[in-house]
Design a binder for this molecule. Structure first.
Ligand code: KG4
Ligand code: ZN
Length: 335
């Protein structure tokens, strides 16, 4: 089946074509420069930029896949969670295309999409597996028993890991989006130079707001910003505190539930230190690790299309009165 995927839940307008689980094209128009002056995503600007980008991005995705609209057999679109004004741009476009072409539409969950990005690789995880979804809005660990069968084992009680990186970058005057900047800066820093807290060590849940506060207190105590020479060490130590808990707790869930396959996904899974530490930890425990390539970790439509294809094959399409949802927790079950 040939599926066109559309994603517009936050600040990336994306379209991709997937055929039988293989990616034929993957186009992403990012709005980073439109929001950077504000230090974060401005919902009203995001919706307007999605409107400008959506048609050219879809045309490009079709052209890259060497197809026209008539070659598409189904449409998959992110229905939530996300910014409703942004989601509606993708959803309305998807509905219009599905109606005009007379093909089925699947409204899919963005978080489930992140997990399914790992199914675009030749080496696919087998159910059941442990999945860490770590992004700007989410830090969740799931036991995934099957398609759509997600048991949440842990979640953040406050900030998401990506949010903690973005907020730290803002405090340090590094700009937006913070995760990428901190990742680059940390390459030349010492992760043990500063001692940042690792909260809730024994819990399956996460908490990152205390980490951010400890950086803020450190800055207040100093009374002056960190110098260019000091910044790599601060960034590397702060990043390490986040990576440490993410790796430790995810691996621990694998051991507790006797599951030897780990999937790590979402924007923060693009982090080079996180990828390195997970690779080392999985090797040490004899676990199989699945982390999508970086371009499929941050928001993209290929992950939406691959999930949409599964949904369309298994349960058919949604009605065209489908609405966007800002919050949409994955189906919960007992581990
Ligand atoms: O999945 P995503 O693109 O959007 C959401 O669904 O939230 O994730 C965005 C988050 C941001 O917080 C961003 O700073 C972070 O992912 N991020 C990174 C890296 N690239 C993106 N964090 C750490 N290292 C990176 N290389
Ligand atoms: Zn995302």
């Amino acid at each position: 089946m040939i599926v066109l995927g559309i994603e517009s839940s936050c600040d990336e307008t994306a379209a991709a074509v997937v055929r039988d689980g293989k990616m034929l094209s993957n186009v992403i128009a990012t709005q980073i420069k439109d929001h950077s002056a504000f230090g974060g995503v401005v919902p009203e600007i995001a919706s307007r930029k999605h409107l400008e980008a959506i048609s050219p991005v879809i045309e490009r995705a079709l052209a890259d896949a060497k197809l026209t609209l008539n070659g598409i057999e189904g449409i998959a679109v992110t229905r939530g969670p996300g910014l409703v004004g942004s989601l509606l741009v993708g959803l309305s476009t998807a509905k219009a295309l599905a109606y005009a072409l007379g093909i089925p539409l699947a409204g899919v969950n963005h978080i489930e999409g992140h997990v399914m990005a790992s199914f675009l690789s030749d080496e696919k995880p087998q159910f059941p597996f442990i999945a860490l979804v770590v992004s700007g809005g989410h830090t969740n660990v799931y036991l995934v028993n099957d398609y759509h069968q997600f048991c949440r084992l842990g979640q953040t009680r406050d900030d998401a890991a990506g949010e903690a990186l973005d907020k730290a970058a803002r405090l340090l005057g590094l700009g937006y989006p913070g995760g990428v900047i901190i990742d680059k800066l940390s390459v030349n820093g010492n992760p043990e130079a500063y001692d940042f807290p690792r909260a809730m060590k024994d819990s399956s849940d996460f908490s990152f707001s205390g980490l951010k506060t400890s950086l803020l207190n450190m800055l207040k105590k100093r009374g002056r910003p960190f110098s260019d020479d000091e910044l790599p060490d601060v960034a590397a130590s702060y990043q390490e505190a986040i990576v440490d808990v993410l790796v430790r707790k995810t691996v621990r869930e694998g051991l507790v539930h006797n599951i030897r396959q780990l999937v790590v996904c979402g924007g923060v899974a693009a982090n080079s230190r996180l990828r390195h530490r997970f690779t080392e930890a999985a090797r040490a425990e004899g676990m199989d690790l699945f982390i999508p390539p970086m371009v499929l970790c941050t928001d993209n439509a290929a992950m939406i299309a691959v999930l949409g294809e599964i949904i369309l094959k298994n349960r058919g399409g949604d009605a065209l009165d489908l609405n966007a949802v800002s919050r949409w927790p994955l189906v919960d079950c007992r581990p």
